[in-house]
Design a protein around this ligand. Structure first.
Ligand code: GLP
Length: 241
């Protein structure tokens, strides 16, 4: 486990973008595991800036997103499809055929989960997985529970996640209660994992995740076992370490 402390959110974002761009420069056909939420926004912004300057080429990259709400159309402003296109894909030269997110609108969700795992397998696996962490310790939408779920699955979001994500919706009732997420095995099989964390509200859970017991009650704790795991946080997030 490698920890890098950044002074603030912008510095954290720039450091994360540096690692992602190095990955793409070294292996242009990289498979990037991508995350949503407020945390990676600055990282995507920085990558877009470097792309526009001509410093990175995403034309051979494949992206695999972690998760998607169930029941929101791709055009819904709070869907992760929309988020990723609006905040990243629309601004870079990634091939649209190489963009993948779970299908939260599928009639047969079980099949959609199996298909997503097969697709990830077909890409040859994720080279670099970017992660944020939820205040309850979730990664992707792998919520605290009795066991680590290995594969892509449907999940009921916890009260705490619904509350945290209410800030993006007009009211708590409008936050979807279910989502599709890749499983813990898929995340752990990524060759490299990059966790980014900012803000005081993540300080306790980050400490618990990195130095506490490895338990499905805190899904991010399993990252301690990954052989190539990097954490970049701002001063506030690292304040309890
Ligand atoms: C969301 C996403 C996660 C994300 C987390 C933290 O619900 N499913 O992938 O890492 O919650 O979000 P934020 O970065 O906004 O704190």
């Amino acid at each position: 486990m490698r920890l890098y402390k950044a002074g603030n959110y912008n510095e954290m974002s720039r450091m994360a973008a540096n690692i992602i761009s190095a990955q793409v420069i070294i292996k242009p056909a990289s498979v990037l595991g991508l995350a949503t939420g407020g945390t990676p926004l600055g990282t995507y912004k920085q990558l877009i800036e470097w792309y526009k300057k001509g410093d990175i080429d995403f034309s051979e990259v494949t992206s695999i997103n972690l998760d998607e709400y169930i029941g929101l159309s791709n055009a819904h402003r709070q869907s992760y499809h929309y988020f990723m296109h609006e905040n990243f894909f629309n601004h870079i030269n990634i091939n649209p055929n190489n963009i993948h997110l779970p299908d939260g609108t599928a009639n047969d969700l079980e099949k959609a989960c199996i298909d997503y795992d097969a697709l990830i397998n077909d890409t040859g696996g994720i080279d670099l997985q970017l992660l944020g962490i939820g205040t309850d310790g979730h990664i992707g939408f792998n919520e605290p529970g009795p066991a680590f779920e290995p594969t892509t699955h449907v999940v009921s979001l916890t009260e705490s996640t619904i509350k945290s994500n209410t800030r993006f919706f007009s009211s708590e009732e409008n936050v979807p209660k279910k989502a599709i997420t890749v499983g813990i095995r898929t995340i752990m099989q990524a060759k490299k994992i990059l966790l980014i964390v900012n803000g005081n509200n993540k300080a306790d859970i980050l400490k618990e995740a990195l130095y506490g017991c490895i338990t499905p009650a805190l899904p991010a704790s399993i990252l301690q076992l990954h052989p190539d795991f990097t954490v970049i946080g701002d001063e506030e997030a690292f304040s309890k370490l």
